[in-house]
Design a protein around this ligand. Structure first.
Ligand SMILES: NC(=O)c1ccc[n+]([C@@H]2O[C@H](COP(=O)([O-])OP(=O)(O)OC[C@H]3O[C@@H](n4cnc5c(N)ncnc54)[C@H](OP(=O)(O)O)[C@@H]3O)[C@@H](O)[C@H]2O)c1
Length: 306
């Protein structure tokens, strides 16, 4: 009996060591890629001539559009406000020399995909960035007190990812090459109270993305989900930047170093560290009203517009 118990504890100990070892390998890969850029500069361009970015008119999507154009790809910008798209297109063409196409579309509607399909016809698309997303409440808010935009949120945060992937993946599959980056969020990694619909919609993106990567990896297609925490953009009311809150440009430049790291990444080292730290905190602490109040105060003190 004693021997069996001893063997059981040895087994549990070994298992715990193995789990930590796997975590350490993941973490050290991230640290390595943070300091040494191993991806050849031609890698992204080698995926195909064009990159398609949804929600490209501002924030993270705009930063991806500029960075991918700088890396030599032509870009298709899809977003809601035509004027913003036109201005960005001119700036990208002038500063990078890449070609730009724009498509005006509202992703809260589900009848836009035929129009997008027609506009993308004939392009060799190597990269798709499913970036568009909406956050119904910037400050923490109970479900019943949140603006009733449920259908719009589902279309914008979920349908857009699935439909855009469906449109573009089949061409990638026939070329046996392509990169799809799905922008989820750190709040997808565990249920995040007071952001319930947003958190759940982003969890969908994580699950969909990882399942799809398992299906299409052997066909030469890289599908990665990104789960960043704070990035200073219009969505976050230009949250003050600091060590944790990145500018969109900083975030995008760093995240593109990690495209080969695996099917999921926070996109930057500091958010990986934050994720590990949050994992250590018991959920009852995170869900407590004291923590939520501190979080609300932090948001209020670090934005200029509320
Ligand atoms: N910022 C963060 O801290 C953070 C953290 C984690 C994850 N994310 C995720 O990252 C992605 C980008 O976030 P962001 O902060 O860059 O957002 P953002 O600042 O709000 O910019 C979003 C862009 O998407 C466009 N857009 C919004 N709703 C649209 C719609 N219904 N149809 C078409 N285009 C629409 C906006 O168009 P207009 O130009 O017309 O406004 C804008 O160009 C989102 O999926 C978000 O959930 C952000």
């Amino acid at each position: 009996m004693e021997v069996a118990l001893e063997q059981f504890f040895i087994f549990v100990g070994l298992l715990a060591c193995l789990v930590y070892l796997v975590k350490c390998v993941r973490f050290s890969k991230c640290i390595f890629l943070h300091f040494w850029k191993v991806l050849p500069r031609s890698f992204l361009k080698s995926m195909g001539q064009w990159a398609v970015i949804t929600g490209a008119g501002d924030g993270i999507g705009k930063a991806y559009s500029f960075e991918l154009a700088r890396q030599g790809l032509n870009v298709v910008l899809i977003s809601r406000t035509l004027k913003k798209l036109q201005a960005i297109a001119v700036e990208i063409e002038c500063t990078t020399g890449s070609s730009v196409k724009i498509i005006q579309a509202d992703f809260t509607k589900d009848n836009i995909y035929e129009h997008i399909r027609e506009k993308l016809e004939g392009l060799e698309i190597g990269i798709l960035v499913n970036n568009v997303g909406m956050l119904p409440n910037f400050l923490p808010s109970h479900f019943l007190d949140t603006p009733d935009e449920i259908q719009s949120l589902i279309h914008c945060n979920i349908t857009s990812v699935v439909k855009m992937t469906q449109l573009i993946l089949k061409h990638m599959e026939s070329r046996r090459k392509g990169l799809i980056l799905n922008i989820s969020s750190g709040v997808a990694l565990f249920p995040w109270p007071l952001y319930s619909t947003y958190s759940a919609s982003k969890a969908f993106v994580c699950t969909f993305s990882k399942a799809l990567q398992a299906e299409y990896k052997r066909k030469g297609i890289i599908i990665q989900v990104l789960t960043p925490y704070a990035v200073s953009t219009p969505m976050t009311k230009y949250l003050n930047t600091n060590m944790v809150t990145k500018t969109a440009d900083e975030f995008v430049k760093e995240s593109l170093n990690y495209v080969m790291i695996g099917d999921e990444t926070c996109g930057c080292l500091i958010h990986e560290i934050l994720r590990s730290f949050l994992n250590l905190i018991p959920s009852w602490v995170l869900y407590s009203s004291t923590f939520q109040k501190k979080y609300m105060d932090y948001l209020k003190h670090n934005t200029n517009t509320i």
